[in-house]
Design a binder for this molecule. Sequence first.
Ligand code: ITT
Length: 194
Amino acid sequence: MNMKKIVLATKNKGKVKEIQQALKELNIEVLEIEGDFSPEENGATFKENAYIKAYEAAKLTNLPALADDSGLEVDALDGRPGIHSARYANSDKERIQKLVKEVSEFSKKERTARFKCEMVMALPTGETLYSSTGTCEGEIIDNPSGTNGFGYDPIFYIKEFNATMAEINLEQKNNISHRGKALKSMIEWLKIQN
Ligand code: ITT
């Protein structure tokens, strides 16, 4: 199947923005999935869930589909919310409030955390063409700061920027983030397909 046109297997606008920005350097058409797209993410890992989404979107559109399954692992919480990051509460605001409350009893040192991202490119046949992964290390702070990005970005502090993930811009985030790293590998693979 030719890779000149692909579909993004996500309904998360924040992800779409970051992925579209990174794929701009390629000469391919990147479509958003239309309508009601909510495959049951019942996998046990980020990778399984990414595959579920990619395969479902590929079947629906008859195009190669790129999915991202990602989440935040907090060491003091034994890796939670992890693959349940999206379902942890009902809105970004509530998710942040809940997490801040849960880590409040832990010292700064114990608040280390990482974002993880697994990407899968799959075909309508169910074949996985390529998969890639990325992680980004940081720590959880009490006071949300910044308005860029999405999700847990306002409470994810990154030492090298002395800023939260929501205080850096889109290009900076793509350079260092879990998603940006997974995308770099995916882009290298896409370059040799076309
Ligand atoms: P799709 O399944 O439609 O892609 P989703 O938001 O449900 O969208 P996930 O199941 O992969 O996606 O859940 C990922 C959650 O992890 C996401 O909703 C955020 O809460 C969090 N997350 C992932 N990447 C993030 C990032 O770059 N910045 C902040 N939070 C992030």
